[in-house]
Design a protein around this ligand. Structure first.
Ligand code: FAD
Ligand code: NAP
Length: 552
């Protein structure tokens, strides 16, 4: 431990910054802080780095932003040297990459694994946070950074009888470390979001029979995964400066691609169809950016949704199964769109059955079966691909007390409130990485993570340089930002869907469109302008005199 002069004398362990979580956000945060001479300690509840890629080890798990882009950009050596094997790397390879980064930048000595941050309290007289850990210790920090992840709180469904099931139950977001082999087993998958859609074709190849329980049909585009050749990697690496610049500054979603120059209704039927066909054949996340109004105009959106529905009908042989797999409950893209490898065609296999649990909700899970519509589907194992308490779930698990002992959970009871997604009024020196109110989950998240980490590091360096003790979002700045986030969201079709973006997947969670849909590039510009104006909208406490923190 390296105690910081600025916070020393308060506890046996004191740091300039405590970082919660050792996923891509926490790891890069630590690296940046150390580079600026801050003492920092990361606490991670798992026993390894990688976050999402540590926990989500289900069959078929892989990224759906291309790996050459879904990777850190902060080290050119790293991006030039790391060899991604496939267009979308599988989970084990992404986890290997996270471990490589931890070793390459010698991060492990400052990460304490198997340790959950349980509670943190702000002391108004010292402007310091005390951080209570699951190992019984309490440490002191000037700043706390929540790098706790937006999709890190796996949600168990509330289904009657689940506890009485006698076979194995797996949640995709909490998958065992040892290999799970479904060979010869009857498997039930509940949930058809991205995790279910990735795992179904792989489990179908192993299981003697796979029953997929679908509540809401989802739009999915072929990923068109492929092995990357050395030539492809090299040509991509050569254009990294342009790719990364575009993703950060010009894009809306942190992805390098062509920008649409027209709306879907500006083209005639044949032209439009051939564009959708080309994107369908290309595969991947750029399907939705073929036109600039698919997220805005329902009629335009319908043209893309109809195209995908037709594709499903072409692929799936049984007309009734095809009909059930065609999404009709929401405009395409308003729930996180999925990318698959042979998902729809998996339903042509004789060992795969689709069960509609929208019309006939699951009544009960028994010792060996799922009962719905008065029928029992016998299974040996259950896979719950039921998603996460997204964006706020992992923050809410920590008892965070700000000024006057106010609990963040209480403040956010009607929905999260932040300024720029970075800070919440009443909680000084507490930052959230990719928090609600920032583009986060609507983007290539590594781009958004790097932007937040860089901004936070600049901010705490600024405070150190001027001797500020504390920084806090002003209430009016927060109110204005929340209003702006809502205004932008409600100008789109997104809030019309019962999505996890809206908190709609968690019974009782307030319906708020949580991420900022204004775009990665414009958002970065706003954050930069706020910083350039001396952190406009934030109140700084303390005298404006340079003060020393650790190693400064
Ligand atoms: P995480 O990776 O979630 O890490 C947070 C860490 O904090 C976890 O390890 C957790 O254990 C730890 N933690 C939380 N609370 C505490 C606590 N109280 N005490 C101690 N530790 C704590 N995004 C993309 O952009 N492209 C993709 O292709 C993509 N694919 C995904 C696939 C899956 C299956 C999932 C679930 C998400 C995917 N995402 C993708 C989103 C993904 O979460 C982010 O890209 C990114 O990995 C998030 O990194 P993070 O460090 O912010 O959070
Ligand atoms: P999700 O998108 O929230 O999907 C959960 C699924 O479970 C939905 O089909 C949902 O149905 C169903 N479900 C939830 N509770 C249920 C219940 N009680 N009974 C029956 N069905 C229930 O979760 P996810 O698939 O894990 O994905 C979450 C996010 O993680 C994604 O949107 C994406 O951002 C990220 N992710 C990315 C990838 C990738 O390809 N790289 C892979 C996995 C995850 P309803 O829709 O009806 O609620």
């Amino acid at each position: 431990m390296s105690a910081s002069p600025s916070v020393s004398g308060k506890a046996s362990e004191a740091y300039d910054v405590v970082v919660v979580g050792a996923g891509f956000a926490g790891m890069y945060m630590l690296h940046k802080l150390r580079g600026q001479g801050f003492s920092a300690r990361v606490y991670e509840q798992g026993d390894g780095v990688g976050g999402t890629w540590y926990w989500n080890r289900y069959p078929g798990a892989r990224c759906d932003v291309e790996s050459m882009q879904y990777s850190y950009s902060f080290s050119d050596e790293l991006q030039q040297e790391w060899d991604w094997s496939e267009r979308y790397a599988p989970q084990p390879e992404i986890l290997k990459y996270a471990n490589h980064v931890a070793d390459r930048f010698n991060l492990r000595p400052d990460i304490q694994f198997n340790t959950t941050v349980e509670r943190t309290d702000f002391n108004e007289s010292t402007n310091l946070w005390s951080v209570a850990l699951s190992d019984g210790k309490t440490v002191i920090a000037k700043f706390v950074v929540l790098a706790t992840g937006c999709l890190s709180n796996a949600r168990m469904p509330e289904i009657k009888g689940l506890d009485s099931f006698e076979g194995k139950v797996y949640h995709t977001g909490h998958w065992p470390h040892e290999a799970v082999d479904f060979t010869g087993q009857r498997v039930g998958v509940i949930g058809t979001g991205s995790s279910g859609i990735q795992s179904v074709p792989v489990i179908a190849e192993q299981a003697s029979h796979l029953t997929v329980f679908q509540r809401t049909a989802n739009f999915s585009i072929p990923a068109r995964n492929a092995v990357l050749s050395e030539e492809e990697r090299q040509s991509f690496r050569a254009k990294y400066p342009e790719v990364r610049h575009f993703a950060r500054v010009e894009s809306r979603n942190g992805i390098y691609t062509e920008m649409p120059d027209r709306g879907a209704l500006d083209d005639g039927d044949n032209e439009r169809r051939s564009k959708y066909e080309a994107r369908w054949n290309r595969g991947g996340l750029t399907f939705m950016s073929v036109y600039n109004n698919l997220g805005l105009d329902k009629t335009a959106n319908d043209t893309a949704a109809d195209f995908v529905r037709e594709k499903i009908a072409e692929i799936v042989e049984d007309p009734e199964t095809a009909r059930l797999l065609q999404p009709t409950s929401h405009p395409i893209g308003t729930k996180r769109i999925c990318f698959d490898t042979e998902y729809f065609s998996a339903f042509n296999r004789p060992n795969v059955t689709l069960v509609d649990i929208k019309s006939n909700p699951i009544e009960e899970i028994t010792a060996n079966a799922v009962r719905t519509g008065g029928r029992e589907y016998e299974v040996d194992a259950l896979v719950l691909a039921t998603g996460f308490d997204a964006m706020t779930g992992s923050v809410a698990r920590i008892d965070i007390r700000g000024r006057n002992g106010q609990a963040l959970n209480q403040k956010w009871a009607e929905g999260p409130r932040t300024y720029l997604g970075l800070m919440s009024a009443g909680f000084p020196n507490l930052f959230v990485i990719t928090g609600p109110g920032s583009p986060s989950v609507l983007s290539n998240m590594i781009v958004s993570i790097e932007q937040h980490v860089d901004w936070i590091t600049d901010c705490v360096s600024y405070m150190r340089g001027r001797g500020f003790e504390a920084m806090e979002a002003k209430k009016d700045a927060e109110d204005n930002w929340v209003a702006h986030v809502n205004e932008v969201a409600y100008a789109t079709l997104y809030p019309t869907a019962n999505s996890w973006y809206m908190g709609a997947n968690v019974p009782g969670k307030p319906r708020i469109f949580m991420p900022y849909i204004g775009g990665v590039g414009p958002y970065r510009q706003i954050c930069n302008e706020v910083a350039a104006k001396g952190y406009e909208g934030f109140a700084m406490v303390g005298t404006e005199q340079p003060r020393k923190m650790a190693a400064s």
